[in-house]
Design a protein around this ligand. Sequence first.
Ligand code: SF4
Length: 210
Amino acid sequence: MKVKEIFYSIQGEGMNAGRPAVFVRFAGCNLWSGREQDRAGAICKFCDTDFRGGESYTIGELVDEVYNVSEFSRGWPLVILTGGEPMLQIGPGLIREFNRWHVEVAIETNGTIAIPEVWGIDWICVSPKAGTVIEQYKADELKLVWPQEGLDPAEFSDGERYMYENLLLQPKWEEDPAARQANIDACIDYIKIHTEWRLSLQTHKLIGVR
Ligand code: SF4
């Protein structure tokens, strides 16, 4: 498995916001090469993550490193498999190994690759991107970065095609403060009318942690 970085921090967004967590960021994504010159032509154009490069890990090395970075915690913190797109790299063996240590495992995926239920991942977060086919119909949370041209939140909340336990609208981050505020306002306006949704903020950015 190619891993970009492993670090211990606080989950800043989604339903697990505020929880201590080890982040395992896998290298590579199927929706963008990660190179700026390819961004305009990529399927996913607003990525703010560097997932290029990385080092190879065996399952044992990865679990050891997760343990090492969280060595001061009492018991295992939540482990979040993220990326890039972690489903390009992981398999059932990694989840089995975490299960053996009774580690709670979450995954953040763009949803284009189905996750076998038998793997037993504890928490699935799908963050869909416009212009893709969603294969992961079931999840603990849907985290929709919005506004996203070509994606209507309503298609995820009709209760027919998708089974997502929690519906979260997360304002798309913009460097320009006015544009950022406009996205926040759009999300709040939407949620006030569609009350099955709730707001997810990237609180780690607001408080200056990774
Ligand atoms: S799907 Fe996620 S990791 Fe991939 S390019 Fe988009 S935001 Fe980045």
